[in-house]
Design a protein around this ligand. Structure first.
Ligand code: HEM
Length: 503
């Protein structure tokens, strides 16, 4: 199949995205409480039966349009709250999406180059050198070639089970005529009660997403209508005709086109990330005790402030750039929580190394274009995050002992998944060149240090960051351990629905 560029409209603009063509997890995100990732391998000599069985999966695959309708339905149901406060009816919903690794495409005999370096070689090749992983921590399932992932998300566990039963039935999983083997199954679920939407260290997550051209940012040349300062992303339309503003998903100076079947698809970077929660908490407590801020401030407050300065947001989600002294949950509201920029001259409000500043240095890399307009130089790095937490809550014994249990059943963390138009520019860049780089975001003075959540230092070096202590910004904080451990992952391509139909 030849490469293709998307035909422009008569006014020279790119045509709007057709939400029916794009798998639902990418643009809209599936509204979910539980989600399972089934990593599979196509059995040798079973490519033809896999293709055949895949046609039966198609009716279950939801598009971005379906995902949007479901969100509307939820909103509508919320509006119909009965006067006594009882919600009318629970909306049951499930969604299936599928994505393939390069190994999977090869197993299916698809040899086109879809022009992404890390995707082509697979995550394990880059794991040590680029991502800073230790292969001994990797789950053996990811050390072998994974061919693809089926994502089943649902509103309820029983709905998810029903969806997975249908998928198993379609591919005859477990029977001798099955076309696939399940190599790993990872189950995610939202945390319970008030912790819903918060990751396991306790911070509100999934607040920031870039705008998407043709969806939340229909007019790329004018101001985009998504939340401010999160950047713009072109999903699956990398470098179309070269006719995109600088930084908007384009790689290099010239137009980059994809094989025609790959248009409207997106790259999915998946990471299985374990979090050492009692250890992280104990570290914050110990560092708060040692912080020289005077006895009048309660230790618990110092601990919360330290945690917030490591993340860049308070547990509520309020940005420290806006609420530098204490948490202000009103600033976590959707119309407020993105309303800030950083200034590369200062880390007084938010440390340079804070997780959200390392992964989205809003304003820090600004430069002036020839025509005087500002280029934020970061749109090309934007990713859409779609992860979900996994594992149980910390037990009282773990909390007491300040150590995670070695029982595998008590493992917890984040099934991190993100979509982008290019993995080298997106996830890998964020991890390798920003989070793992102690000099980033290159302030005029000082050394920011590592992203305290996900940054990895070279073996034998001490992880440190500056700016953790508000009263002494240059005092380094030694990050005594890695609290996020990579257990593996893979890079996938999530094709458009028309492409799946033609597979
Ligand atoms: C934002 C936690 C892994 C990239 C956030 C936020 C939290 C968080 C609490 C703030 C909420 C928000 O703005 O939506 C974590 C934890 C991780 C993890 C606990 C690991 C267990 C990663 C990884 C990457 C990443 C691996 C990419 C390399 C981002 C980005 C943002 C973000 C791009 C949004 C920043 C912004 O636009 O302000 N993360 N994260 N995170 N994280 Fe992570």
């Amino acid at each position: 199949m030849g490469d293709a560029q998307i035909p422009l409209q008569h006014n020279g603009a790119l045509p709007p995205l057709d939400l029916k063509n794009i798998q639902g997890d990418i643009l809209e995100g599936i509204a979910k409480k539980v989600q399972t990732f089934f990593f599979f391998r196509i059995k040798a000599d079973h490519a033809a039966s896999f293709r055949n069985q895949l046609t039966h999966l198609l009716p279950l695959i939801t598009s971005a349009k379906d995902a949007r309708s479901f969100r509307e339905e939820i909103k509508d149901a919320k509006r119909r709250i009965a006067p006594e406060g009882h919600q009318i009816g629970l909306i049951e919903n499930s969604s299936v999406n599928i994505a393939f690794s390069q190994f999977g495409l090869t197993a299916l005999g698809i040899t086109d180059d879809i022009k992404d370096g890390p995707f082509k070689i697979g995550q394990k090749k880059d794991a040590v050198e680029k991502l800073g992983d230790k292969l001994e921590d990797w789950d053996p399932a990811f050390k072998n070639d994974v061919h693809g992932v089926i994502l089943v998300a649902a509103s309820h566990q029983h709905v998810l089970n029903r969806g997975w039963d249908r998928v198993k039935h379609i591919f005859h999983v477990g029977h001798k005529d099955a076309s696939i083997e399940v190599v790993k199954e990872l189950d995610g679920k939202l945390r319970p009660g008030a912790e819903k939407g918060h990751e396991h260290f306790g911070f509100n997550d999934g607040l920031s997403q870039p705008s998407v051209k043709g969806v939340s940012a229909p007019d790329m040349d004018g101001p985009h209508d998504g939340p401010v300062d999160q950047g713009i992303i072109l999903v699956g339309r990398e470098g179309d005709n070269g006719d995109v503003p600088p930084g908007a998903g384009q790689v290099g100076p010239g137009p980059v086109s994809r094989p025609s079947w790959a248009i409207d698809g997106s790259f999915l970077a998946f990471r299985y990330l374990k979090q050492l929660v009692p250890e992280f908490d104990a570290f914050l407590e110990k560092s708060a005790n040692a912080a020289d801020v005077g006895p009048e401030i309660p230790r618990e407050e110092v601990k919360d402030l330290l945690g917030a300065r490591l993340v860049g947001r308070w547990k509520s989600g309020a940005p420290v750039q806006l609420a530098p002294g204490r948490d202000d949950p009103s600033l976590a509201a959707p119309d407020k929580n993105q309303n800030f920029r950083f200034n590369i001259d200062s880390q007084e409000l938010c440390p340079y190394a804070a997780h959200i500043r390392k992964t989205n240095p809003r304003g820090d890399l600004d430069s002036k274009n020839d025509d005087g307009t500002i280029n934020n130089n970061t749109d090309v790095r934007r990713i859409i995050r779609r992860g979900i937490t996994f594992g149980p809550e910390v037990t009282p014994e773990e909390r007491e002992s300040k150590k995670s249990s070695s029982d595998d059943k008590l493992e917890r963390g984040l099934l991190f998944a993100c979509y982008q138009s290019n993995i080298a520019n997106g996830f890998e860049f964020l991890q390798n060149v920003w989070a793992n780089n102690p000099d980033f975001p290159f302030p005029p003075n000082g050394k920011p240090g590592f992203d305290p959540l996900i940054g990895v230092a070279p073996a034998g070096t001490v992880r440190e960051m500056e700016g953790a202590f508000k009263n002494d910004l240059t005092k380094p904080l030694t990050l005594t351990a890695d609290w996020v451990i990579s257990r593996g992952g893979e890079y996938f391509f999530s094709p458009s629905i028309p492409a799946l139909k033609k597979t």
